[in-house]
Design a protein around this ligand. Sequence first.
Ligand code: LLP
Length: 443
Amino acid sequence: MTHLNTDHLTPFGRVTSETIVRAAEQFGTPVYLYDEAVVVRKCQDALNMPNAYGLTVRYAMKANSNRALLQLINNQGLSLDCSTLNEVRRAHTAGIACDRMMLTSQEVPAGKDRQDLETMIREGLVYNICSLRQLKLIADFSVKHDQPMSIRINPGVGAGESVTRNTGDKYSSFGIHMANIEKALDVIHEKGFRINQVHVHIGSGGDPDMWRENIDRELMITEKYFPDAEIVNLGGGFKEARMPDETAADIQELGYYAKERFKDFYRRTGRKLHMSIEPGTYIVANAGYLVTSVVDEKWSGPTGFEFIILDAGMEANTRPLLYGSRHPFYVISNTGKLLSSEFDLSTMKYELDYRVVVGRCCESGDSQSLDYQGHIIPRTMANPEIGDYVVIGGTGAYCSAMSLYNYNSHVQAAELLLREDGKLKMIRKRQTLNQIIHNEQNL
Ligand code: LLP
C-alpha cells in the first residue's frame, strides 16, 4: 500500500495529509487551516491583473477578517474594502492605516460613529456613498474639508452565483440605483462637491461575461454622469473554482479587456482612469481547509444514506446550507494516509462509495453536501474510521467569517496558518464556553 503521508490535497496548495494530522494532533479539531503560499500567490495574481493606467486591489475583508490574514494581505500590497465601521476599526487595530481602506456600507453612522467616520475620512479612509441619504448627510463635510467622495451605483444589471449574491439588479438594495441618478446629481451639483470614484459591484461568483459587460456599463456611467471621476472601481466577485469541475473567472483575460476599454475611454475623453478591484473570495477561498474528525457513522436504511458524522458542520461552514455551495472533501486516516480526494478520485486505492457528510447540529440541514433547496446530495469518498479526518476544502472565504459558531453552544473553532516555511502558526485561539456566556445576565 502506498504511503501517502506527504500527498498534496490539491494541485495548487502546500497542504498535505501530513499537515492535516499535525494540525489536528497539535491543535485539536475542528480547526480552520489556511495556506500562506496560496494567499500570497493569489494576492500577486490580483496585483498583476492587466490594466491601462494603474491598479489598486482592495481585499474585501468580509471574506475573512482574521487579524493575521489582514496583515499578511496588507504586506503583499493590497488595500482593504471594508463593509462596516467595525471592519475599519478591526483592520485599524491590526495595524492597517485608514488611508489603505475604503468603506462601502449600508450603515448611516450617527453620534460617536459619525465622529469616528469623519476622523477616519480625514485620515484617508475612502468613503463610498451608497444611498441618497448617505449622500445628503456627507455633502457638507465633503465640501468643508475638500474631501472628494466615491459613489456606489446599482446599474440595474447584476450577476451572482445565486440570486442572493446578485447585487446589481432591482432585487438589490446596494448603492444608488440608476433610476435615482438624477436625484443624486442634483445634490452633488447643488452642494458642489467632487465625486472622484465610481464604484459598481454586481455580485459574487457570477458569470465572468457579466463582469466584463459591466466594465463597459460602468465606463459609460462614468463618462455620462461623473466628469470629475479619476478612479473606476469594478468591485469584486470573481468566480472561484472550489470543485475540480468548476471554472474560475480568468482575471488576466478580464484585465486585458478592461485595459482596452480604459484606453478607448482615454481616446474618447482624454481622461486616464485608474482601475480598482476588490476581490474577497478570489484571494482566500482556496487557501482554506476545515479540518474535522469523524465522530460517528449512521445508516438511514436501504433507501437511505450512509452518514459520516463530523465534529463540525453548518456552524463552521454555513455555505452548503445557505447557497447549496459545493466544497471538496478529503478523507485522511489518523496515520496520515490520503484515502480520497475529490481532486483526484481516480488514483485512490481505497474503497469509494456514496456518503453524506453531516455535523453535530440538531437539524437535518447540517450537512456539508446539499443542493440549493436543501436536499442531501451523497458524494463519492473513502470510508473513514472513527477518529480519521475529513477535510472540507475551499473554506478560506465566508466560512469562519459567516459561521454560526455558537449554535447548539458550539465554540468558535481555532484558526491556523501554514507558514511558507512549513510551520503551523495558530492565528486565532479556540473559543471557550465561558466566552460564549460571558455577556449573559441572570434572571
Ligand atoms: N465588494 C463588495 C462591495 C462586496 O459586497 C463584496 C462581497 C465584495 C467586494 C467581495 O466579493 P467576492 O470577491 O468575495 O465575491 N457570502 C457569499 C458572498 C457574499 C459576498 C458579499 N459581498 C459567499 O459565501 O459566496
